[in-house]
Design a protein around this ligand. Structure first.
Ligand SMILES: NC(=O)c1ccc[n+]([C@@H]2O[C@H](COP(=O)([O-])OP(=O)(O)OC[C@H]3O[C@@H](n4cnc5c(N)ncnc54)[C@H](OP(=O)(O)O)[C@@H]3O)[C@@H](O)[C@H]2O)c1
Length: 297
């Protein structure tokens, strides 16, 4: 039976990975208390205790704006820890599955980004995630790095839940309409990851190792995403009206790329795996949410 170790067990993706893999092998799930990625000793101990065949790293320093003022911690967690995980995985003959971000790109391309496009992060978070990718690649061995974008799920900190809350609290919301991306559900990522594991024979792992883009199909802006959330939500609520604004009117500590839509062609060619379009993934998440439990104002 395959032994899976899921790191970041309490995050959006970590939660979905645990569910998606539970009848596929033996799943050990560690949150920050059991495996702190800022502490190399904690990583070594976690791998030794779990002795996994597959390590799935869904843990990361994901506070994009806060990373600007905590670059050292963000680099330890997002940059250095993935390299240590890769070394440990190689030593234990395990596969490392790691998740990275669309924010490794600078957003200047008008078409969707492919894996070979030059990286140039605009913010500290993106730079630390890129360092993590490079450290894994340097170690080599069996690894998949799945770059994804704009993750949402029925739990955790994400744009979907923030909009459902603010949409009730406020009469008007001003949302950025000049950043393009693909909202991607944690559920779709977890299912796609499982399919890839199911389809890939062990003797192909080293050959197929590399970076793959993995996001929901389609694209929108944050403003379009917010509009779809209110339109598709079945709750009979007077939602806030939405006004689209340029990024320049919403200053944030970390600059974001104008276009971070990822091309998923490589994923579909190599593994024949496709994620749903972001709107149907959103509908699925809304169905899974009990909107009656949201605070009303
Ligand atoms: N969220 C997005 O929009 C997005 C977009 C592109 C790529 N990604 C990437 O996708 C992956 C999954 O993201 P997500 O949205 O599921 O993230 P998330 O919901 O923020 O979860 C991240 C998890 O990492 C844990 N963590 C933070 N620092 C840690 C540390 N020092 N040691 C161990 N665990 C630590 C957090 O633990 P606590 O619960 O204790 O805080 C949290 O449970 C990450 O690699 C992220 O960089 C995310």
């Amino acid at each position: 039976m395959t032994r899976f170790l899921v790191l970041g067990a309490n995050g959006q993706l970590g939660t979905e990975l645990q569910h998606a893999l539970q009848d596929f092998g033996h799943v050990t799930s560690y949150g920050r208390a059991a495996c702190d990625l800022s502490d190399p000793d904690s990583i070594h101990t976690a791998i030794q205790n779990a002795h996994p065949d597959v390590v799935l790293n869904a843990a990361a320093y994901t506070a994009v704006d806060r990373a600007e003022s905590e670059p050292d911690l963000a680099m330890r967690v997002n940059g250095e820890a993935p390299g240590i995980l890769a070394e440990q995985a190689k030593t234990h003959n395990a596969l490392l599955i790691h998740y990275s971000t669309d924010y490794v790109f600078d957003g200047t391309k008008s078409e969707p980004w492919v894996e070979e496009d030059p990286t140039q992060p605009l913010n500290v978070y993106g730079a630390t995630k890129l360092a993590g990718e490079r450290n894994i690649q340097q170690v080599g061995g069996a690894f998949f790095i799945f770059r994804t974008s704009w993750i949402f799920s029925p739990r955790g900190n994400n744009f979907l839940l923030t909009m459902l809350r603010l949409g009730q609290e406020r009469e008007e919301l001003r949302i950025v309409n000049d950043q393009r991306g693909a909202p991607t559900s944690a559920l779709a990522l977890a299912i796609a990851t499982r399919r890839i594991l199911e389809k890939t024979p062990k003797n192909q792992l080293n050959k197929l190792a590399g970076i793959y883009h993995m996001s929901c199909a389609g694209e929108t802006t944050w403003c379009g995403f917010a509009q779809a959330i209110f339109q598709k939500s079945r709750a009979e609520r007077p939602w806030a009206s939405i006004i689209g604004i340029p990024s320049s009117e919403y200053p944030a500590p970390a600059p974001r790329p104008a276009n971070s839509v990822l091309s998923n062609s490589k994923l579909s060619e190599v593994f024949e795996v496709k994620l749903p379009d972001w709107e149907s993934a959103l509908e699925t998440s809304l169905r899974r949410l009990d909107l009656n439990t949201l605070p009303s104002v």
